[in-house]
Design a protein. Structure first.
Lengths: 291, 341
């Protein structure tokens, strides 16, 4: 209520003066926050729309199965091999770390390991590329395996954090019941705790795969010199792969190359988006079922 | 999520997982079974411990390999490498000065643009949006983080850069040209500014999802109390929500900054690989990570490679520090790194 108005009992109950100003400001803030959300979704829609519109024209069966310059078959197969091996390495390690955190570690060890996982997760992927180059490629040669190890390092913290989260959701009563029946620790963990958390563990694995499949920086070091025209299945050689191919094509100013890169981008982005959306939906369901 | 003690099995209070076993001697089949259980427990514990130790060893090994690869350059250039601004592989002269500058400028610009937007999104998702809208928008915002950086960079080259070059740069130069950072537009859209925009897109989902979780955790009754005292929606946010989560929001921004500092591919695609320190955002530039990605495959001399490893060492130190600080500030909140939720 501003100072110079005289109290008038018949005036309508609408805010005036300072209150009005405050409410207008508040409403503007709400519009601003809404606009920010719309902006973010808008950017996502624009990016996906561009990729879909420009990539769709390239898509046909030949494009999917033939080698360059007609198609992208070798890259798809190579990426599948690299990511499969990476996940085969990362999943057991990630789940074991999560088990260590939930079943065995005291609070100090938990803090240490969680900090380590955070650091691994925050590590720029180009650093992991340098590391893999120094460890596996330098003095040897490029290989799909080197790429898989690099991607495994990216996947481990994601799988471990996700699995830990679902393991913590396993009701304590299950563990206590097992203890009361005299079931030993390892049987309880392998027979009761892990199976009931399996859905969530698989979810976080799928999410980590979606993240790893698009990583480019480490692959530049590990498996970038390949013949995009030929299928290659040997992981001890450099394997053709989707991200590096997109990167190479994007650096060459060549319209047919751009068309191929849009096609590759469309395939990659749809795989990733479907995998992560599906995994999220599954996770929400299994979480609801357990809680 | 806190470490709820009731979800822990009772014996985790003791150091050894086998402490509860074998206190009572028994015979025959039972004892053989106990023997097997004792071995099983020990093996499971050992394997889990090994995996956990492996993660620590990995960090140490990564640090060692990167510094080891950089050692020829470190012994040749010393700390002068950090301030030297010449980068001429043909003459064996290397300095990281302009790259550190480019990294700092592009990342801070991205944070300056991205953090307010992301915090606003976090507020929208946590306090304003109805549950059903939140259920749709939240995953969509996180989808932004799932777009591979190489695709974002490719889109940046062919879609964003021309748009920025033809529309945004002339506009900003025309209206705000008296500020040196908005210099004249160059011949292409490859610029520090375009790179900052790409980084902004990458930073937003990280900060938004963490701050949304932070805001959701602010107790409802405190907010209702403020409302009951007559505070408007904004005043509740300004007076209750933001102050109680400020340190967490700072930590989230640091995580976003770490992501922006370390992004190599997308930046390499759009920043234009310039080598000079320039005030204008519309000129080409380069960052530590982008320089590594650009030049490593073609690096011929050992010194060139070692210098790129040296850049990696700088990046590693900056990245570790920003993550550690974020971890330290944010430990009160223990957020989930924005991966699952």
């Amino acid at each position: 209520m501003s100072r110079d108005t005289v109290f008038d009992p018949t005036a309508p109950l609408t805010p005036t003066g300072n209150l009005r100003r405050r409410q207008v400001f508040s409403r503007l803030a709400i519009y601003g926050a809404t606009a920010a959300a719309v902006l973010a979704v808008g950017v996502l829609v624009i990016v996906i729309y561009t990729v879909a519109a420009r990539g769709a024209s390239a898509l046909n069966l030949d494009f999917l199965i033939k080698g360059a310059p007609a198609g992208i078959g070798p890259e798809l197969v190579g990426t599948a091999i690299i990511v499969a091996i990476a996940t085969a390495i990362a999943m057991p390690i990630g789940v074991l770390i999560a088990l260590f955190l939930t079943e065995f570690a005291g609070s100090r060890a938990t803090h240490l390991i969680r900090m380590t996982l955070d650091l691994m997760n925050g590590l720029p992927s180009i650093i992991i590329g340098l590391f893999i180059f120094g460890l596996l490629v330098n003095h040897h040669k490029q290989s799909g395996i080197a790429a898989s190890v690099a991607l495994a390092i990216i996947e481990v913290p994601l799988i471990a954090r996700g699995s830990q989260e679902v393991l913590l959701l396993v009701p304590g009563s299950l563990r206590e019941a097992a203890d009361a029946l005299g079931v030993s620790r390892w049987r309880a963990v392998l027979g009761i705790v892990l199976p009931s958390a399996l859905g969530g563990i698989l979810t976080s694995t799928v999410l980590s795969v979606a993240r790893a499949a698009g990583e480019t920086a480490p692959l530049i070091f590990a498996t970038s010199v390949f013949d995009p025209g030929k299928y290659s299945l040997n992981p001890f050689e450099a394997l053709p792969n989707v991200p590096v191919r997109i990167y190479t094509l994007s650096e060459e100013a060549n319209p047919t190359g751009f068309a191929e890169a849009w096609g590759l981008s469309l395939i990659l982005i749809s795989l990733i988006l479907f995998a992560s959306l599906g995994a999220r939906a599954l996770f929400a369901r299994s979480k609801r079922k357990m809680a | 999520m806190g470490y709820v003690s009731s979800t822990l099995p009772p014996m985790s209070a003791t150091a050894s997982p086998t402490a509860h076993l074998g206190s009572r001697p028994s015979r025959g089949r039972r004892s053989r079974r106990k023997q097997a259980d004792r071995i099983g427990d020990a093996v499971l514990y050992g394997v889990c411990l090994l995996a956990a130790l492996l993660s620590i060893a990995m960090i140490v090994l990564i640090g060692y390999q990167v510094v080891h690869g950089a050692s020829p350059a470190i012994s040749k250039f010393g700390l002068g490498f950090l301030t030297g601004t010449t980068w001429q592989p043909n003459f064996g002269e290397f300095g990281a000065g302009s790259l550190i500058f480019g990294t700092a400028v592009s990342s801070f610009a991205a944070l300056l643009l991205g953090a307010p937007i992301a915090i606003a999104i976090g507020l929208f998702l946590s306090l304003l949006a109805p549950a059903r809208v939140r259920g749709v928008i939240s995953p969509l915002v996180e989808m932004l983080a799932a777009i591979p950086s190489v695709i974002l960079g490719f889109w940046g080259i062919l879609v964003l850069a021309p748009f920025v070059h033809e529309n945004i740069e002339p506009f900003l130069h025309g209206t705000l040209g008296f500020i040196p950072i908005f210099g004249a537009a160059q011949t292409t859209g490859s610029s520090v500014f375009t790179a900052s925009l790409i980084l902004t897109i990458m930073v937003i989902p990280i900060i938004a999802s963490i701050s949304r979780d932070l805001f959701l955790a602010v107790p409802r009754d405190v907010q209702d109390g403020a409302s009951a005292l007559g505070a408007t929606r904004w005043e509740v946010v300004r007076g209750v929500v933001l102050p109680s989560t400020a340190s967490g929001v700072v930590a989230a921004s640091l995580l976003g900054l770490g992501r922006a500092l370390g992004e190599a591919i997308a930046v390499a695609q759009v920043i234009g690989a310039g080598s000079e320190i320039q005030a204008s955002l519309f000129k080409t530039g380069d960052t530590l990570a982008a320089r590594i990605a650009n030049q490593f495959p073609g690096a011929l001399t050992e010194l060139h490679k070692a210098s790129l490893f040296y850049l990696g060492t700088i990046l590693l130190v900056i990245g570790l520090v920003s993550n550690l600080v974020a971890h330290w500030i944010g430990r009160r909140f223990s957020f989930e790194g924005g991966t699952l939720r």
